[in-house]
Design a protein. Sequence first.
Length: 160
Amino acid sequence: MKMNSRGVLLALGVICTATLLLLPYLVFGQNFKSIYDEGLAFYNNKEFEKAKSSFAKAVKATNDLESAGTAQYMIGICCIQLNDYDCAVQELKKVQTYKGFSKIPDATFKLGAVYMTLKDYGHAKFEFTKIIVFFPESELVEDAKTKLDEIDAANNPQNE
């Protein structure tokens, strides 16, 4: 079959378009898994700084919402493990920006718990209330209500 220059250009255009569309899945998807797995290995070995770094690379290595959100969540968890609560607040708040991500209630609960650790009860109540209001089907609703009761008890001077 003989192709003219227009046919060759059209074929090249189709190949280039297909390559550009598949590139994130071919490169990023594969790299994400290996980078994320590296982060998990560091995490399991209690090397939280290294894990945090790997998870940060994993976030950048994918455009998949669940994958990026999970890696971002793990960055926040690493910050908690390192007792770096300001970092945890910052990183867990980022998880809440992943609209539709399945772990937003988990990140919100962890964020509330971090605020409790910091004795910032106003922000803690706000986060636990968000779980009840925005995620009423979440398995964390009852835990959030319990945390709200704990905050109310801690702030009630009659309990002392």
